[in-house]
Design a protein around this ligand. Structure first.
Ligand code: HEC
Length: 125
């Protein structure tokens, strides 16, 4: 065995040992659900909001953070702000050629759930 391959073996054993003792790997299972800290009631609201937010993600991003300047980020808005904005687009108080049609079909319940959903989403760990 030449010195180089010996060195490579030593290095790879070292890497393997480092990977095994990685303190992160033992907490892997706890990390899987970033919303485990929510109460059961919040988790239910979250699920129902999420089911309504698929179309929103196309413009506002899956986490409410937009990657396109044409669309604002909605992460960081409070529940009250989200609710008011959606009510205003739906009623025509506030108009936008892209956003107004999105709000038009929302029920009161949809608006409640979407407004509750985004602030919960922002608590992801
Ligand atoms: C086709 C793209 C598009 C989709 C889909 C869309 N939006 Fe929007 N949204 C916009 C645009 C553009 C604006 C900015 C409108 C303006 O300037 O008044 C906006 C604005 C908003 C605002 C106000 C933001 C603020 O800072 O006041 C909220 C809240 C919002 N959208 C929520 C939603 C929700 C919830 C959905 C899903 C039901 C959704 N949007 C779907 C394009 C979209």
């Amino acid at each position: 065995m030449n010195r180089l391959s010996h060195l490579l073996i030593v290095v790879s054993i070292g890497l393997f040992a480092a990977a095994c003792s990685d303190p992160e790997s033992s907490t892997e299972t706890a990390k899987q659900d970033p919303f485990a800290h929510l109460t059961a009631e919040e988790q239910e609201t979250f699920r129902q909001g999420q089911a309504r937010a698929h179309s929103c993600a196309a413009c506002h991003g899956p986490m409410g953070i937009s990657r396109n300047r044409m669309y604002p980020s909605i992460a960081g808005l409070t529940e009250a702000e989200l609710k008011q904005a959606l009510l205003d687009y739906r009623s025509g108080e506030r108009t936008n050629p892209l956003m107004s049609p999105q709000a038009r079909g929302l029920s009161d319940e949809d608006i409640e759930l979407l407004a509750a959903y985004y602030p919960l989403l922002s608590t992801a760990r």
